[in-house]
Design a binder for this molecule. Sequence first.
Ligand code: TRP
Length: 460
Amino acid sequence: MSNRGNFSSKIGFMLAAAGSAVGLGNIWRFPYLAGTNGGAGFLFIYLICILLLCVPVMIGEIAIGRKAGSDAYGSYQKLGGGKWGYLGLYGILAGVFILSYYNVVAGWAFGYFLEISFGNLLSEPDYGSFFGSFVNNIPPLFLFSLGFMVITALIVAQGIAKGIEAANKIMMPGLYLILIGLIIYSLTLPNAGAGVNFYLVPKLDQITSKTLFYALCQAFFSLSLGMGCLITYGSYVTKDQNIVKSAAIISIADTSVAFLAGLMVFPLVFSLGAEPGQGPRLIFVILTQAFQSMGPVVGRVVGGSFFLLICFAALTSTISLLEVPAAYLVDQKKLPRKPVVWGVAGLIFVLGLPSMYSQGIVPMLNKLPIHNSPDFLSFISDLCDIALVTGGCLMCFFIRNRWKVQNLHTELSIGNASYAGSFLQSYVDVAITWICPVILTILSILVILDKFVGLEWLFG
Ligand code: TRP
């Protein structure tokens, strides 16, 4: 195990894990999901999911990884034996598919960065129709996405390089600063109050079964849970780290970025008189309109840096997604790291092509005969959501019934002298033994039904 490498410092792990968590999920997906699912009601349920279900799962994943010191497959196999390794493979596969469409959306963000900084995007008359043609103009998108995958692979091929740790130290505070600046700007616009009200004042009648499912799936996605990403990162963590504390900090960092992204977007949406429920195009349309209203120079600088930061946030996530299958092949098949990384990256890029072509240019990929998933990209993303929630659920059963909660406690008290006998221990105990397995089992079944057949017959 000694030659697998470790994070060079405590802060290195935290940054990498927070970098994995903070990504398109926070800035792109969270605001549009909140917009289509009731605003404040969504936020409220989302926060409950994080506290009650996600933090314990995160703690479990990191602990499994550190204890076993192996990739997702190898860790389950080592601690569980028998067929448990398949649970790791299930997660690895989910990660491969997530990266396939994630990289396409990252390409969009990269394209917007270029179009705003160096092109004439800020003089467009209609950003809704611009976005529609932008995502169907394949040749440049192909290059943007390919470029993104190549950069990801370059970094992963080097191992967890010091460059990434250092770059994160600048990028993460930079992201916060720009977010806060944009929030202040958007709060001063006319009718911003309506946006704040939509986002922060829950109206109970807006909370439906859908709100719950989407919030749960989003929470898993945003925290990078359920597919062994944090098992893999956990396997590079040294024994002097306090896992519970790290999980808390990572969750807070991630949740605060999502929260702030919503606080930036909704006042803008309402002050522009726009519709919050417009789906994946939301930030691409609304934010560019806001940047345009700042004038040609300021808009270019602020808009350009904003999309650049989104790209950085996405990059630290794509790195973590590519690391999971790569670590598996390096650890289990004893293949050399560099060719593995390039091979897997190429394969995943090809797997992403149907998603790239699914926004209208190929009608077959745009109108799937599947409930709730209008295009191929949403379909894959829905399937992956299901894989994350079920994967997290099965991880709880793995700890509860196979590895045993006592072993989890032992692992968690390494690097945390005050853990044994603490309130935290009781919380982790109840959460992993009862709350998560029971609630996640019920919700997994309902989420699957919802995505494939719909639940209107059940909830009206
Ligand atoms: N959490 C990232 C985001 O919010 C995406 C991501 C990275 C991810 N690694 C993951 C999602 C592992 C699920 C599992 O953008």
